[in-house]
Design a protein around this ligand. Structure first.
Ligand code: UD1
Ligand code: CA
Length: 454
């Protein structure tokens, strides 16, 4: 069945005490919003709608960066969850299928949970609400059941003492037949203690109209919503714990798991070895058997089988390391393909470049890729030998099997198998050092009588 995903992300998140809209705060290297999208992806939605409010433009831009197909609906005033979904409703006129509602600040809903909700929908419920048994039900909405039917949801502040004693609570996640939900949204009224349009009221309205409503129960941990920086930090810690656990389960060796940080989409092959203090930003894949040595930082890059990275390496977006490549200490690679068996072992910057197979890049090599306005490409051929401290002023090409002399500033292409030397020729003046020292010491003595050893 077709599904439209609606993510509610209009809230200000006042308690974050931040200029950044709440759903743009980062968890696992990506905005909270990306986590909600990932949860929703389990339903294979064919429509994606994000309801924005506070910081709407920034949220819209971030949403489009995650997926250009996302439709943005701006909710000018935040008059409640029902009002938010109603704001998206005009976009879904004529849509046939399910509507799935998620919150942008609730990152841990598991894909399996969404799948179970879909199964409950197919099982005959027109509306399925995701519930959980709360340790402290507090201000959560309570699910009022009648057998396996959900009769209504009552917000804590509107509940009787008897209803408040219910521990089965509303997570806020809901999936419903669009043809049932849409007409009910128009009938929501803000007659309650907070004067808001409650999405939760659609359940009682649906029951009155003879529809069926059911509940799927998940673990409370999945429903964790982020409201404060403290909660965000706790969520990050939970997220990382889960990633480390999953990494070990997938056959990855983490020597000091608690010091390794993953992003939402980090993919690492079996038998890869990750040393202590490694940070994976978004968009990293590491193949089986690669080794990431201590204190390395990787994002938007690919590391192939048998490659060794670090210690102290930085791989930035677009770094592609082929099999058996070596990238050593204090090396930065950006937007560059390092082909099979090539080595960049020490203190180098390789950006906007290709390094051919089995090439050797000497210590202190820099691709001077930026002229202050534009970026330029450096192409280094197979088996080339780049001498230490070579500056490659891009755009420039070094052919297969060519060599550059140590300390060269290469501004012109070097043909295959040629040697390029681009540095001042050394002159040796016999005895001149001794004379120079004597003169300098004499000058110093004359000036202040200080110690000649200084
Ligand atoms: C809501 C539920 C409650 C549930 C709880 C779970 C209602 C009426 N109540 O309460 O039953 O137990 O979530 O956390 O639905 N939002 C908008 N626009 C609005 C209002 C809210 O986009 O006009 C978004 C918020 O940014 C937030 C989410 O909807 O992400 C939930 O809103 P919030 O005000 O936090 O609802 P609760 O009072 O927590
Ligand atoms: Ca909330």
């Amino acid at each position: 069945m077709a599904t439209a995903l609606i993510i509610l992300a209009a809230g200000q998140g006042t308690r974050m005490n931040s200029d950044l809209p709440k759903v743009l705060h980062s968890l696992g290297g990506v905005p909270l919003l990306a986590h909600a999208l990932q949860s929703g992806a389990a339903a294979e939605p064919e429509r994606l709608i994000v309801v924005t409010g506070h910081g709407g433009e920034a949220v819209a831009a971030a949403a489009h960066a995650l997926n250009p197909d996302i439709e943005i609906v701006h909710q000018e005033e935040q008059l409640g969850t029902g009002h938010a979904v109603a704001a998206a409703a005009p976009r879904l006129e004529g849509f046939e299928g399910d509507v799935l509602v998620l919150y942008g600040d609730t990152p841990f809903i598991r894909p399996e949970t969404i799948t179970r909700m879909q199964a409950a929908r197919r099982g005959g419920h027109d509306i399925v609400v995701l519930g959980f048994n709360a340790r402290e039900p507090g201000r959560y909405g309570r699910l009022v059941m009648n057998g396996d039917q959900l009769e209504r949801i009552v917000e804590a502040r509107d509940a009787t003492a008897e209803e408040r004693a219910i521990s089965l609570c509303n997570s806020g996640v809901l999936i419903a037949d669009a043809s049932v939900l849409m007409p009910l949204l128009e009938r929501l009224e803000p007659y309650n203690s907070s004067g808001e349009y409650y999405l939760t009221d659609v359940v009682a309205l649906a029951r009155e109209a003879g529809h069926k409503a059911g509940v799927v129960i998940c673990d409370e941990a999945e429903t964790l919503g982020i409201n404060t920086r403290e909660e965000l930090a706790r969520a990050e810690s939970l997220f990382q714990q889960e990633k480390r656990r999953a990494a070990a389960e997938n056959g990855i060796t983490l020597i000091a798991p608690e010091t390794v940080f993953f992003a939402i989409d980090t993919v690492i092959g079996r038998d890869a070895l990750i040393e202590p203090h490694v940070v994976f930003g978004p968009g990293v894949t590491v193949e089986s058997g690669a080794r990431i040595r201590a204190f390395s930082h990787l994002e938007g890059c690919h590391v192939s089988r048998g490659a060794v990275v670090g210690p102290y390496a930085r791989l930035r977006p677009g770094a592609e390391l082929a099999e058996d490549v070596r990238v050593g200490n204090f090396v930065e690679i950006k937007n560059a393909r390092i082909e099979e068996g090539a080595k960049v072992n020490h203190l180098s910057y390789v950006g906007d470049a290709r390094v051919g197979e089995a090439a050797n890049i000497g210590a202190g090599t820099i691709t001077c890729n930026y002229d202050g306005v534009m970026k330029h490409h450096t192409d280094i051929g197979a088996r080339a030998f780049i001498g230490s401290d070579t500056m490659l002023v891009a755009p420039v090409k070094v052919g297969d099997g060519a060599m550059t002399a140590t300390g060269s500033v290469i501004t012109e292409d070097v043909p295959a198998e040629a040697l390029a030397i681009a540095r001042a020729r050394q002159e040796v003046k016999p005895g001149l050092a001794k004379k120079l020292f004597a003169r300098l010491r004499a000058l110093k003595a004359k000036a202040g009588g200080g110690s000649a050893k200084g």
